[in-house]
Design a binder for this molecule. Sequence first.
Ligand code: PLP
Length: 402
Amino acid sequence: MFATFKNVPMPDENGFFGEYGGQLVPPHLKAAMDGIATAYAEIRERPDFKEKLSGLLADYVGRPSPIFYARRLSRQLGGAHIHLKREDLNHTGAHKINHCLGEVLLAQFMGKKKVIAETGAGQHGVALATACALIGIPCEIHMGQVDIEKQHPNVTKMRILGCKVVPVTRGAATLKEAVDSAFEEYLKNPDDYFYAIGSVVGPHPFPMMVRDFQAVVGREAREQFQERHGRLPQHVAASVGGGSNAIGLFSAFLEDEGVHLVGVEPAGEGVDKPGRHAATLTRGRPGEIHGMKCYVLAGPDGTPSAVHSVASGLDYPGIGPQHSYLKDVGRVDYVAVDDQEALDAFMTLARTEGIPPALESAHAVAWAIREAPRMAGDEHILVNLSGRGDKDADYVAERLGL
Ligand SMILES: *Cc1c(COP(=O)(O)O)cnc(C)c1O
C-alpha cells in the first residue's frame, strides 16, 4: 500500500515529503494526529481491514472502474490516443468515495462517535455522508450559508443520507468559515470525534493516508492499460485541486521513468489575475496552510489569497505536500488550463463520446485535447475522469445559453 519514489519511502516518519508536509499544529492537536497515524499504521496491515475495504470498493463503489478509449475524440483531434479512467462511474459519481470509505472505516476502528468535516461545493460532504450512512456513524458537515444556497442539491442529498448539515453564517459564510467552524467542533472532543479531510492536504498522516486510499485508481489503471495494450501510456494526466485524484493515479507510475505525468491546475480567468485563479504550483510559493508546509497562493503577509475556478472542487490556495515535492524534483509537470478551455472540453467530451465530465475533470481532458494533435499517432494519453458532470449541467447550460 506504500507509495515510494526511487525507493525512498514517502513521507518520512515525521510526515515530510522532502521539505513539505509535516504536522504544523499545536501540541494537543499533534497528539490527536499522532493517534490517527498510529491507528492507521495498525489497520492498514490488518487482513480484516484490507478485506473489508476491498470488498466495499468492489461491491459498493463498483470497482474496478473501466478504462474507456475515446475513439471519436481521438480521431477528431488526430495525433495521440486518449483513454479515460472512469472514476465518474463510481457510486456517488466521483473518486472521493474511495478515500471517504477508508477514513470512515478508520473512524469506526478507532471507536469514534462522530465524523466531522467541512464542505465547500458539497462534493466531499456527500461522499462522506454516504460512507457514514453505510458504516453507521453519525456525520456532521459544516457548510457556509452562501454555499448552502448555491449548492442546494448536495445539501438535500446530505440530509437524505442522515447527515447533520451545520450552516455557518459568520464572515463571508463560505469555505474558510466552514473550516473554522468544523474545527472548533472537532476540538471540543478530539478523543470521540474524527475530522475527515477531503484531499491529500492537512497535517500528517492525512496526505499519506488519503493518497494510499486513492492509490487503488493507479494500481488498477496501470494493470488494465498494460494488459490491453502491452505497454504503458506515454502520458498520464489528472486535475489537481488538493491533489487526491492525481496522486492516486500517479502513485502507480512514479517509478516508470518513461511515463510523463501531468497535473492540471485551474487557471480560472488567467494566472496573471491575482485572486481569479487557483494555480498554486504555477504561481504560488512555499508557505504554510492548514497544518502543513506546501506551495501556497498568498499575499505578502502570508495570508492565503482569494482563489477562483469554474470548477469549485479545484479552488484551493494550497496543494498537497507530495505534489509540492514532485514539482521541485521535476517528476511531474504541472500545467494550467483556464475556465474557458475547461468549459469547451466539457462540451467536446459530451458531444464526441456522450460523457459530460465534472468541470474539475474537464481540466485534465482539456490538456489532452490541447496536446494530442501535436503528438505522434502511436502515443497514448491516460486521463483521470475523476467525476461526472451531472452536478455541473445546469451551470454549463446557463453559461453557454443552451
Ligand atoms: C473534489 C474533486 C476534485 C479535486 O480534488 P482532488 O483532491 O484534487 O482530486 C477533482 N475532481 C472531482 C470530480 C472532484 O469532486
